[in-house]
Design a binder for this molecule. Structure first.
Ligand SMILES: *Cc1c(COP(=O)(O)O)cnc(C)c1O
Length: 433
């Protein structure tokens, strides 16, 4: 890691140190992620007095149409970050979905259309690779459940960095092709994500590469705070009452929370008690299980679910996610694979948004929480949709119906239309009896 520890630049930066989340020990702003004293995870610390004095709503609004409008809150020193248009995705006020669920004010934060690779991972990678470049890395890498490999390969291509990514060998075709197309080196590991991650930790120790979610993890994870900032800005500089987000490592969830805290701390929004609810798949629900069993530690599990993008059996930030859900009076729930497919279809049919399995998990958990009375209909609720359905087509193959094949003739069309209407009526009669 020689090049990594070398020249770290810190000019007009507002970030000042890496700080252990457990014991508070502070370190230089280098490529490292674990405390040398207590093995706790490191997090970037900022000078909030400087931020309070220099950042205003107007200065943010005058910034770029991307996550980089929040640059003073992100751990990069450069004024010239890698900007591929990541962020500022739509916050959609739902109408039909809200009514279907019985909520008054339900929003979808739609990262299914994030740039450049259609998932929230473009946020964390834009930040990680900008920082990697500052720290002098020329090769970047990651341990991925699919979306992270897409983002790392695409943004490395844009920035001219060498790239080698590691994925589990059994990923969805769209995620594999969506990485290969950028011509990185792709290692398909015969094992699950947790095994991929262990291998990558060894590689990171011996090669001088910047692993976005290992040695660069403190910088990388800060990118997720922008999911908090954007929602606050898009709600007219206000915080919602309740958020629902998917949990893999738990990082995204904790950073939305940190984003809200920071905006409150520097006076950009008024403080508010926001409830945080997390979503997992039954087939990989170590955090939901700990929540249900009232434990404050995570028992690792072996994943088996169609929600591969969030299938992390040993979640690095699991205990912090647990803590946030508990102290904000939120919840952590899990749902079955059939419920995940129903969730994908429900969002598509009511709002015209096609999400992947992680989004199906979030919508299914949202529904479950509303039905259990754990989300109040009066609460302003935001559900985070983190990935795009075109990448996980296998998951819904056979559940979305078939097109009506017809001859290029009007009477063929009319017969098919009549037949489909009859079938629809029959369906409804079955529902009614
Ligand atoms: C990676 C990922 C997540 C969760 O990320 P963590 O920060 O590890 O909890 C959620 N949704 C999608 C689509 C992802 O790719």
């Amino acid at each position: 890691m020689t090049q990594a520890i070398a020249n770290q630049t810190k000019t007009n930066a507002t970030f000042r140190a890496l700080k252990c989340k457990e014991c508070g020990a502070e370190y230089e702003l280098q490529a490292m992620h674990v405390c040398e004293y207590c093995f706790g995870p490191l997090e970037v610390a900022y000078d909030y007095n400087v931020l309070r004095d220099t950042v205003t709503r107007e200065s943010i609004q005058k910034g770029p149409h991307s996550i980089w409008r929040y640059r003073p809150f992100l751990p990069v020193a450069t004024d010239n970050p890698i900007d591929v248009g990541t962020g500022l995705t739509p916050l959609v006020r739902t109408n039909r979905l809200a009514r279907r669920l019985g909520l008054k004010k339900l929003y979808i934060k739609n990262d299914a259309v994030n740039m450049p690779t259609l998932s929230f991972k473009d946020r964390v990678v834009s930040v990680a690779l900008t920082r990697a470049r500052e720290l002098g890395f020329t090769t970047v890498s990651c341990a991925s459940t699919g979306n992270l490999a897409n983002s790392t390969a695409a943004i490395a291509a844009h920035a001219g960095l060498d790239c080698c990514v590691f994925i589990p060998a059994d990923l969805e075709a769209g995620k594999v092709l969506g990485t290969l197309i950028y011509s990185p080196t792709v290692m398909a590991v015969q094992g699950n994500y947790d095994q991929v991650n262990r291998l990558c930790s060894e590689v990171a120790n011996t090669y001088g590469w910047g692993f976005v979610n290992i040695n660069l993890r403190p910088y990388y994870s800060e990118g997720s705070k922008t999911l908090g900032y954007e929602v606050a800005e898009q709600l007219g500089w206000e915080l919602p009452d309740h958020v629902v987000a998917p949990l893999a490592s738990g990082s995204l969830f904790t950073k939305i929370y940190k984003g809200f805290q920071e905006f409150t701390e520097v006076g950009l929004v008024e403080g508010k008690h926001v409830r945080f609810s997390g979503a997992q798949a039954d087939g990989c629900s170590p955090i939901a299980q700990a929540y249900r069993e009232n434990r404050d530690f995570i028992k690792p599990v072996k994943p088996s679910t169609i929600a591969k993008s969030i299938a992390i059996g040993n979640p690095a930030d699991g205990v912090y996610a647990l803590d946030i859900a508990r102290k904000t009076n939120g919840n952590i729930e899990s749902v079955s694979d059939p419920e995940i497919i129903e969730g994908i279809k429900l969002l598509a049919e009511t709002e015209g948004i096609f999400t992947e399995t992680a989004g199906g998990t979030t919508i299914a958990v949202l529904k479950k929480l509303v039905e259990a009375g754990k989300i109040d209909p009066e609460e302003t609720t935001v559900a985070y949709i983190t990935g795009n359905g075109l990448k996980t087509q296998e998951a819904v193959q056979g559940y979305a119906g078939e097109p009506l094949t017809i001859e290029p003739k009007l009477d063929s069309f009319e017969r098919a239309l009549e037949r489909s209407r009859t079938l629809e009526r029959l369906d409804w009669q079955q529902v009614l009896v």
